[in-house]
Design a protein around this ligand. Structure first.
Ligand code: CP
Length: 305
């Protein structure tokens, strides 16, 4: 039985197969409509979510399966003090596979150690968000045609943004990747990403503060919101929250093929006037998230079609 805690749990070859499967699902959805008949997905979400939880649920329903779960710690027996380990033991009796989001780093890993069903990390604190990374990789590969030879700008809260950490770890395995890390001083990537991932693998990167300087050089801009829920102090959040706003004027500095991705939710960091720009891919990204989660469920349940 396999779990998914980090994108690195999949080899590059397995990742390619998963993305191929997701593209086949996109082209032939009817072929997969009953592949999970009789199967159940539990969504155990201790933290708010729109896309991840609903896309997991849509994915399982598209495969013919059923879903059950909770959407907040307050509406589960976690509010009475039940541990994650005990909760996953319960879910193992009710479902065949589980997606878990938790504010504490490592909680899904703890669950996976006692679980009788595959556990998928649907986001753990400021640590990892592997299924967002699968979504991002599928979006990039589908719209750019490759996962190598790209200059990628990551902009915003690079300290607490778990989607950024997972995406960097996944992309350094491809050739010709170069990062421009765009953030205020206080929200730079954690040291372990800079030293143990980027420098250790000799991946070229630069850290800059001004988005305007980076835009002309990019194949892809990955915007992120400032993660309000991870700040200890409201004043710091207020000072940082509108540091970057991508608008029409800034988009004019970018190349004609530069894609704009965002894991969403957005707050103010992308102006709505950018939404109709053909380079804005963040709503297409949401649709790719359903296909790739369908592919992941099939893979972890070892369903062959
Ligand atoms: N991208 C993402 O994780 O969105 P949600 O928090 O709405 O699930």
């Amino acid at each position: 039985m396999r779990h998914l805690m980090s994108p690195l749990d999949l080899t590059v070859e397995e990742l390619d197969q998963l993305l191929d499967l997701a593209n086949d699902i996109e082209r032939n959805p009817e072929k997969y409509a009953h592949t999970c008949d009789g199967k159940r997905l539990a969504t155990l979400f201790y933290e708010p979510s729109t896309r991840t939880r609903l896309s997991f649920e849509a994915a399982m329903m598209n495969l013919g399966g059923k879903v059950l779960g909770f959407s907040s710690a307050a509406s589960s027996s976690a509010a009475k003090g039940e541990s994650v380990s005990d909760t996953i033991r319960m879910a193992s009796c009710y479902a065949d596979i589980c997606a878990m989001r938790h504010p504490k780093e490592g909680a899904p890993l703890v669950a996976s150690m006692v679980s009788r069903i595959p556990v998928i990390n649907a986001g753990d604190g400021g640590h990892q968000h592997p299924t967002q990374t699968l979504t991002d990789l599928l979006t990039i590969r589908s719209l750019k045609g490759r996962l190598n030879n790209l200059t990628i700008g990551l902009c915003g809260d690079l300290k607490f943004g778990r989607t950024v950490h997972s995406l960097i770890e996944a992309l350094v395995r491809y050739t010709g990747i170069r990062f421009i890390l765009i953030s205020p001083e206080e929200l730079r990537v954690p040291d372990y990403i800079r030293e143990d991932v980027l420098r250790a693998k000799n991946v070229p990167f630069e850290e800059v503060i001004r988005l305007e300087d980076a835009l002309p050089k990019l194949d892809l801009l990955y915007m992120t919101r400032v993660q309000k829920e991870r700040f200890f102090n409201e004043d710091d959040y207020v000072r940082m929250k509108d540091f970057y706003i991508l608008d029409k004027a800034k988009m004019e500095l970018a190349g004609p093929d530069m894609l704009v991705l965002h894991p969403l939710p957005r707050v103010n960091e992308i102006s709505v006037e950018v939404d109709n720009d053909p380079r804005a891919a963040y709503f297409k990204q949401v649709q790719y998230g359903v296909y790739v989660r369908m592919a992941l469920i099939l893979t972890l349940l070892e369903v062959t079609v």
